[in-house]
Design a binder for this molecule. Structure first.
Ligand code: IPE
Ligand code: IPE
Ligand code: MG
Length: 240
């Protein structure tokens, strides 16, 4: 957190309500996802303008694989298309693009597009835009624990480090290694749950639940959220 202007370093958003937005207009759910892309653009731009360093977005959960096949296929092709479309804007605005999650479940074409975008934007440093795709918090903790056990079994030095380094070593095994924990987590659409999002990383995040549906969440709503965050008093268990 930047103490001077109280701008959060890392803002994270559970982008929810696309289906309801479309339904309210008598349209298929996928139209809500299309319109939601405009909100991603707006919040990315606003983050650059406001000096937020990390913007992370929950785009597709491990549980979302259980949705009807046409919606899953529609969402995946929308993501592949958007990544290709947005690349010039990422380069222009200094946006480093990162995708985190259980990417082995994605089809090869989308995986290749993700790798291409990540590679081409890897030197950008104005904003890191993280897309959580096929992600869940329990999956993340589980994969971290499994890799720790594998490393410990493979080398006594690794075992020694894992046993004696305290909590920070666990951070290194999560897919978010090297990324600061979110200062602010926003969820749109009036739902007040985490839906298996950053369970470990959200330990001391500030939460903001808003009724706005994701396709209606644009720059003014984002700025309003930063304002709400600025008035929070983060105590981390201490007495002030
Ligand atoms: C969020 O909108 C996008 C994803 C979870 C992929 P939803 O699709 O969950 O929209 P609602 O919650 O059904 O309105
Ligand atoms: C959470 O939204 C996941 C994402 C925004 C990607 P969902 O719409 O899937 O969550 P639930 O089912 O309402 O908890
Ligand atoms: Mg939803």
């Amino acid at each position: 957190m930047n103490q001077e202007n109280r701008t959060p370093v890392h803002v994270s958003i559970i982008m929810d309500g696309n289906g309801r937005w479309a339904k309210a207009r008598g349209k298929e759910r996928i139209y809500g996802h299309f319109e939601g892309v405009e909100s991603v653009r707006a919040c990315t731009e606003a983050s650059v303008e406001e000096g937020v360093k990390y913007l992370s977005l929950y785009a597709f959960s491990e549980e979302n694989w259980n949705r009807p096949e046409d919606e899953v296929v529609g969402l995946m092709s929308l993501m592949a298309k958007c990544m290709a479309n947005e690349l010039p804007t990422f380069m222009k605005n200094g946006v480093k693009f990162v995708v985190l999650g259980n990417l082995d479940r994605l089809d090869a074409e989308l995986h290749a597009e993700i790798n291409r975008c990540m590679e081409l934007t890897s030197a950008n440093d104005r904003l890191t835009l993280i897309l959580f795709l096929s992600y869940s918090g329990k999956w993340d903790i589980h994969q971290a624990a499994k890799r720790m056990v594998a490393d410990a079994l493979a080398s006594p030095e690794a075992a020694e480090k894992i046993l004696n380094s305290g909590l920070s070593v666990f951070d290194e095994y999560l897919v978010t290694a090297g990324i600061p924990d979110p200062d602010l987590i926003i969820r749109t659409s009036g739902e007040t749950r985490l839906s298996n999002y950053l369970l470990w990383q959200a330990a001391y995040s500030e939460f903001l639940f808003v009724d706005t549906l994701w396709p209606d969440f644009r720059k003014p709503e984002f700025r309003q959220a930063l304002k709400a965050y600025a008035s929070r008093d983060r105590r981390y268990g201490k007495v002030k």
